[in-house]
Unconditional design. Structure first.
Length: 295
């Protein structure tokens, strides 16, 4: 007999990123990952007309991919690989940290609303100690559904595949929904979750709004998403991640020793992580939650 599908709605917590309040849907205390997705920040919509924009100085990452997707606004990405890329709505930035990378995010002369998501994907053992990399995708494939246009950010939908890198089986979709119901074909071996970015949608009879993660579990081969009025929705999913990840600040690892080493290497200079060509100051790491080794 078929089991009733899982639907767990978890409130996002608010966090501050460079003075901008964001809704952090992942990680939460009882939901650390969805597939390899380990971090979901929903930024804005925030008016930038009375501020200097979002300026995030050079900071390091290890063991993850950062995935940036904007609905409004623009941001300039620069990293220690020499990448210098402005990202605008409809485009995807995907940076691979591997053993270490540094990047900075700056608002340009753009003075309008900023609205988007910043996502992290945990890297598997096979690539997490490897080379850093950066990809920009200006053209992402789209799939027309009954009452929505789905943009395939990562992975595939209905056989239509994004060129973005994925080190483990993964999917990330943006749904631009009109009033009506769209049925999304899903990979049943994946677990899935959705985050509403604007408007509201109904799933399994429950209404989901911005500020929550709707975890959909595994085993679904399709999902009906109903909107009463236009809505934007992010759907993430993937094969349940095999290793428990340890996250601290901007680092994703497996052991505290690895995290301690990353903190020490960042505090000690730029040798491991490299430098970014920017006037913004490097960010200092907060102390790790378990204290500093040797004190
Ligand atoms: Mn970052």
């Amino acid at each position: 007999m078929a089991q009733a599908p899982v639907l767990e709605v978890t409130e996002s917590r608010t966090a501050d990123v460079a003075g901008l309040t964001v809704r952090r849907a992942l990680p939460r205390a009882r939901r650390r990952t969805v597939g390899a997705w380990c971090f979901v920040d929903h930024l804005g919509p925030a008016a930038l007309d009375e501020r200097l924009g979002v300026q995030v100085g050079p900071h390091p990452h290890i063991g993850l991919h950062t995935v940036t997707w904007l609905l409004e606004g623009e941001q300039r990405h620069r990293d220690s690989l020499g990448s210098d890329q402005v990202i605008r709505p409809g485009q995807l930035n995907l940076m691979t940290a591997g053993a270490g990378v540094v990047h900075a995010e700056e608002s340009l002369d753009y003075w309008g609303p900023l609205h988007g998501v910043q996502l992290w994907v945990a890297q598997p053992e096979s690539t997490r100690h490897g080379e850093a990399a950066f990809e920009h995708h200006a053209d992402l494939p789209q799939v027309e559904l009954d009452a929505a246009v789905a943009t395939v950010l990562v992975g595939s939908l209905d056989g239509v595949r994004s060129a973005a890198r994925a080190d483990t089986p993964l999917v990330g979709l943006d749904l631009d929904a009109r009033a009506g119901t769209s049925v999304l074909p899903l990979e049943p071996s994946y677990e899935h979750a959705l985050v509403v970015l604007s408007g509201a949608v109904s799933v399994d009879g429950s209404v989901v709004r911005p500020g929550a993660l709707a975890y959909l579990g595994e085993g679904r081969d399709e999902l009906a998403v109903t909107a009463a009025e236009p809505a934007r929705v992010l759907l993430v999913g993937g094969e349940p991640f095999q290793s428990p990840v340890l996250m601290a600040w901007n680092f994703v690892a497996r052991t505290r020793e690895e995290l301690d080493a990353a903190y020490a290497d960042w505090a000690g200079g730029e040798e491991r992580f490299g430098a970014v060509d920017t006037a913004l100051p490097r960010l200092a790491a907060p102390p790790p939650p378990w204290g500093v080794r040797g004190r």
